[in-house]
Ligand binder design. Structure first.
Ligand SMILES: [Mg+2]
Length: 268
């Protein structure tokens, strides 16, 4: 079983300021079907926003959706989504001290951040917008209040496209990385048979978790730097940087995903 897992925004989806290839999405849809690759979307989007992306950009339905930055897992079969309740039980077992409401309470006095809208929150995802200029101070305060108390991870990412700082509190066992590990195990795929493609922020975790990694050509400088650091520390990591000029494709977004999938032999 070969798995092609990918982030959505600005990785599979061409919704940034770089130049996309008009034929890339239909090529992605066609190649993944033809070669019988299991497609997993690993995204910050919830189900509703994922459906919107599928309609807006014409990308295929995935076989599995790790949504809400890995805090929910759904399968798509015969035109229907099935929510994975086993994942919820798994996370409760692995992160027993997790308590979203308690985190909400302890950070309520921190200046420079505000809670995201309810559709971006769930039992495993307590999320905030952060004023990016104040992010250093905010993160310092948040660390003091939360770190190590709730079996949590604290993930900050900056969306350079719209200038938004995003702060997620998640159970340590429910991230993009652990959700993908769970899916790989369920389908009996070894880590080296899973390719993960990303472009920014929280993609660092699945990229450096022992899967085969791909950075699309438009990846954030910060992510490129962090990935290179991780590769220096751990020479066993396999990470491919899309270059473009490949089968007439430029290497940004979907084209970078296709280039990376070819590199690891998924479409051969
Ligand atoms: Mg992205």
């Amino acid at each position: 079983m070969k798995i092609l897992a990918t982030d959505l925004d600005r990785t599979l989806l061409p919704n940034g300021s770089w130049q996309s290839d008009s034929e890339a999405i239909s090529l992605f849809n066609q190649l993944t079907e033809e070669h019988n690759v299991l497609v997993v979307y690993v995204t910050g989007r919830n189900l509703d926003l994922t459906e919107k992306a599928i309609k807006e950009f014409g990308v295929r339905y995935p076989d599995v959706l790790c949504g809400d930055v890995g805090t929910s897992i759904r399968k798509y079969e015969n035109g229907q989504w099935t929510f994975d309740h086993g994942w919820i039980d798994h996370v409760h077992r692995e992160s027993p001290r997790w308590d979203a409401m308690a985190i909400r309470e302890v950070v309520s006095g921190v200046q420079g951040m505000r809670e995201q809208e309810s559709e971006h929150l769930n039992q495993f995802k307590q999320s905030y917008y952060v004023e990016h200029e104040r992010s250093e101070q905010v993160l310092k305060e948040v660390d003091e209040l939360v770190k190590g108390k709730f079996d949590e991870v604290i993930v900050y990412s900056f969306d350079s496209q719209d200038g938004k700082g995003l702060l997620d509190f998640l159970p340590a066992s429910a991230t993009k990385q652990t959700a993908l590990e769970y899916v790989a195990e369920e389908f009996g795929a070894a880590k080296e048979d899973v390719v993960f493609c990303g472009d920014s922020g929280n993609d660092i975790f699945p990229l450096t978790a022992g899967f085969r990694g791909v950075l699309v050509k438009n990846a954030d400088d910060q992510l490129v730097e962090n990935v290179k650091k991780a590769m220096n520390k751990n020479p066993d990591l396999k990470i491919y940087f899309a270059k473009g000029d490949f089968k007439g494709l430029k290497g940004y977004y979907t084209s970078g995903v296709i280039e990376g999938a070819y590199y690891y032999g998924l479409f051969n």
